[in-house]
Design a protein around this ligand. Structure first.
Ligand code: AMP
Length: 415
């Protein structure tokens, strides 16, 4: 089955076309037929698309909205010039899988999309006002183009974390606020944490029950997850993605009273404070330079930039703090898994996070660590490391495609 995976942001659309089937999943031989990114939708969009085995095609085209962006992608996918194997008409796309950021408390598994599901995703807009409306635009656009005959599934960033116990997901606020407004921690990046836990099992031969790991998704957004017996037990993001680790432009954990203080001192409104902690803080805020870890590391190396160094240090120390907290939370873990753009590519950041943690049983092997970059998967714990260390490149789109297939066939998910 050829599955179009769509991930719509407020002004972006990412897609992949993945060929998969139940036997293909067993052999781990799903094929990525095409992928692409369209950014700055609403103006002159920047487009990069690539068919399997072909060089990337880059273009800049004015695209009004997500519907226009989807039309552009589909025209390219079916055109003979694109060379996407097996796709010559829209009929060659058999189902669509959407990444949806917030499923709230009710949408705790991947589901086929119908009117009731759309209503529930709409209900969650107040919890994810930037993300869910964009995700819904993707659904509506795909429905307009493909009609009711092509099944669509929703895969939620939050659903993997629905197994968290109340001690993990409740804030220490008056309980009535949870009852009245569902103020609680939901967690995000669930598809990524779930994928790396699944790959960890494949690499180690362990089963679900034996999966006790800490996963660190370190990209522009960052989160940690304590996975106990294969299920999410605790995670660092909260009611929104703002909580937890230091990120590219998000502060992560913060004394909430800082916001009131800044409201008085700087006359900042709630919208401005929201933008401050989500878009102007983190690596960007501390360094005053950039949210890009690569650039910060080279600024630190080449120009000994003090604030770049501070930004990277605060980033690494926060990650270490969560490792310590989750080891205590879970009565120890068997492994730590790094993923995301930084986690997969920066041996230096992995080394800084895991330095001097021998007393916890975490001992990296420098040589092996250096080798695991550019999409390579493997283990970098030293011989005597009690806790195993892994780099596992994430692949959320693959899980979305596989979940979509299972929803369409009506077979239960196995992991
Ligand atoms: P993501 O959001 O998962 O795409 O990750 C984006 C982040 O990964 C950015 O901060 C990049 O700077 C960072 N990144 C990608 N490659 C490297 C690298 N080789 N070294 C350090 N950071 C990297």
């Amino acid at each position: 089955m050829n599955i179009l995976v769509l991930n719509c942001g407020s002004s972006s659309l990412k897609f992949q076309v993945i060929a998969t089937d139940l036997e293909v999943i067993d052999r781990n031989e799903d094929r990525q037929l095409a992928r692409g990114v369209l950014e700055r939708i609403g103006t002159e969009a920047l487009i990069t698309m690539r068919a399997e085995g072909r060089p990337a095609v880059r273009d800049a085209v004015p695209l009004r909205d997500h519907r226009a962006a989807l039309d552009h992608v589909l025209r390219w996918l079916v055109s003979p010039e694109s060379g996407v194997p097996g796709i010559t008409s829209l009929g060659d796309i058999h189902a669509i899988g959407h990444r949806i950021v917030h499923g709230g408390e009710k949408l705790t598994r991947s589901v086929l999309i119908d009117e009731a599901v759309i209503d529930q995703i709409e209900e969650c807009i107040e919890l994810a006002p930037l993300h869910n409306p964009a995700n819904l635009k993707g659904i509506q656009s795909a429905r307009q183009v493909f009609g009711p005959g092509v099944p669509q599934a929703a895969v939620f960033d939050t659903s993997f974390h629905s197994t968290m116990p109340p001690e993990s997901f409740l804030y220490a606020l008056p309980y009535q606020l949870y009852v009245r407004h569902r103020v609680r921690r939901y967690g995000f990046h669930g598809t990524s944490h779930r994928y790396v836990a699944y790959r960890y099992r494949q690499l180690t031969g362990l089963n679900h029950e034996q999966t006790n790991v800490i996963t660190l998704h370190l990209g522009n957004g960052c989160s940690a997850c304590a996975i106990k017996k294969g299920a999410s037990f605790d995670t660092s993001m909260g009611m929104t993605p703002a909580e937890g680790l230091v990120m590219g432009t998000r502060s992560g954990d913060l004394d909430p009273s800082v916001l009131e203080f800044l409201h008085h001192k700087e006359g900042m409104s709630f919208d401005e404070l929201d933008s401050l902690i989500n878009k102007r803080s983190g690596l960007l805020g501390v360094s005053g330079l950039t949210n890009d870890m690569r650039d910060l590391l080279s600024e630190e190396r080449e120009h000994e930039d003090r604030r770049a160094r501070l930004a990277v240090e605060i980033f690494c120390l926060r990650a270490r703090k969560y490792i310590g907290a989750y080891l205590a939370r879970m009565n120890g873990a068997d492994a730590i898994v790094f993923t995301g753009g930084i986690g997969e590519n920066s041996a230096e950041i992995r080394a800084r996070i895991t330095a001097d943690t021998g007393f916890l049983g975490i001992v990296p092997d420098d040589g092996r660590n250096q080798e695991l970059v550019g999409g390579r998967e493997g283990e970098f714990g030293a011989e005597g490391s009690r806790i195993r260390l892994f780099v596992i490149p994430t692949n959320e789109e693959l899980l979305i495609a596989r979940d979509t297939l299972r929803c369409v066939l009506g077979v239960p998910r196995r992991w």
